[in-house]
Design a protein. Structure first.
Lengths: 284, 171
């Protein structure tokens, strides 16, 4: 062993990590080499100085808390995993299922509601098209609302409440009985220029309404516009391919016409659309 | 994760000590340790259970430090002097023959030791501190990513450089 080998192995020599033969060779060299003996002595002193006097900088408690908070530590239970698993796994799973059930329920309910609302809109358009394609779309031609409304008596199990009898912009063309979704409906047909506009009136219960009672909801479907609202136990669906603004104007008149269609909340009664927020909704 | 996390947090003092000696200030040391644990958390799946977690964490800390300081090295005030390869053997030996200087070494104070250590290169400080931390040469090799033989030579040169620095403080 030469001097370079000795210097290289001094730490292992201090720590007793050298194989016996190497250790013997190193010690033999130190006996015969004063320079290496001094280096070994000073290096041992260096180790002592470092171990005893080199300042130590442990982590602060604040850092430890931050790390513990940032790196979640589970309670030690790895050793008991086999014993824990059969008994508690079922409980954990059951708890997870119980926790997840409301979420799943509400998510499914929300999806179901959205699906039913889309179905209502689609049904309104279908019923509108079905009426227009029928051989006799209007069994009762309009001579005015006072003629059309009595025609429904005996044909429906409810009395349709419609207060707007038509005007120059939206003349009432007539009425018919039809179906909306799964129930019978009174159909009032208005026109705007050459565009027919169907107003379906039907019993409101049992349907997923998109808005609260009295409020309207407007949706576009396949090029048609559908306005849905309900009031006093009756549901209303206004369907046409006219411009949304024009359909909004008719919706406003339908709400304003007739004493039984008095507004429930009307901050500015004289303003069209203010009664039920129809204009706001339609123009959205 | 729990087993790794539990054990990892047990090494925070040792990691912080190395970080403090590498960075030279408490703020950077805390940042370095936090970043080390953050990286360890992200790379937890890469750790093989049953292997040396302490060495793995030191390796992450060292790599984090190197990658961070690599960007800072344009600033000449950051980083120590790499004197590992500048050990004049004849001078070293002459000083060692002087028992009076050996006695002075025994009397250096903590601040002088720390100051001398900080003048060494980052690699020299790292290998000295990992050795002091009790890591074996194999483990130090895992941290530094080099074979045991390289660890031995680096450690020998680093300690020789530190002895030279302490000689100046001991005068």
């Amino acid at each position: 062993m030469n001097c370079a080998d000795v210097r290289l192995n001094l730490r292992d020599h201090q720590e007793g990590r050298l194989p016996p033969t190497t250790e013997d060779a190193l010690q033999a060299h130190l006996v015969t080499c004063p320079d290496c003996a001094h280096v070994a002595a000073v290096d041992q002193e260096l180790t002592d100085v470092l171990e005893r006097r080199l300042p130590q900088h442990p982590a602060s408690f604040a850092l430890k808390r931050r790390l513990a908070a940032g790196w979640p530590v589970a309670t030690p239970r790895r050793a008991g995993w086999r014993a824990w698993r059969p008994g508690h796994l079922a409980v954990t799973l059951a708890a997870a299922v119980l926790l997840a059930l409301p979420l799943v329920y509400y998510e499914r309910a929300a999806l179901r509601d959205a699906g039913e609302r889309r179905a209502m809109v689609a049904e309104a358009v279908n019923d509108h098209l079905r009426l227009l394609s029928s051989p006799q779309p209007l069994p009762i031609e309009s001579g005015g609302l006072h003629q059309v409304k009595p025609w429904f008596e005996g044909r429906l199990d409810f009395a349709p409440v419609v207060g707007f009898e038509g005007d120059a912009e939206f003349p009432l063309k007539g009425g018919a009985t039809g179906y909306f979704h799964d129930r019978k409906a009174a159909v009032f047909v208005y026109t705007r220029r050459l565009h027919p506009i169907s107003l379906f009136v039907f019993r409101a219960e049992g349907l997923r309404w998109p808005a609260s009672d009295g409020a309207a909801s407007t949706t576009d479907e396949r090029g048609f516009t559908v306005v849905l609202w309900r009031r006093g136990g009756l549901g209303y669906a206004l369907v046409s391919d006219v411009d949304r603004r024009e359909l909004s104007a008719l919706a406003d008149r339908l709400h304003m016409g007739g004493p039984d269609m008095a507004p429930q909340r009307s901050p500015r009664p004289g303003k069209p659309g203010a009664r039920l927020g129809i204009t706001r909704t339609l123009l959205r | 994760m729990s087993a790794v996390a539990n054990e990892a947090l047990a090494y925070v003092d040792a990691l912080h000590n190395l970080a403090r000696h590498l960075t030279g200030n408490p703020e950077d040391a805390e940042d370095l340790v936090q970043e080390t644990y953050a990286r360890a958390l992200r790379a937890e799946r890469q750790f093989t259970p049953g292997t040396n977690l302490k060495a793995w964490l030191f390796r992450i800390l060292r790599n984090t430090f190197v990658s961070t300081y690599r960007r800072r090295r344009r600033d000449p005030t950051v980083g120590g002097l790499d004197t590992v390869d500048e050990v004049p053997g004849a001078l070293d030996q002459a000083w060692l023959r002087n028992d009076f200087e050996l006695d002075r070494l025994r009397k250096v104070v903590a601040e002088e030791i720390e100051a001398a250590l900080m003048t060494l290169s980052e690699d020299a400080r790292t290998v000295i501190l990992l050795d002091l931390e009790g890591l074996s040469e194999v483990e130090v090799g895992q941290v530094l990513g080099c074979p045991v033989g390289t660890v031995k030579s680096r450690l020998s040169r680093a300690r020789a450089a530190l002895r030279l620095k302490l000689r100046d403080y001991a005068r």
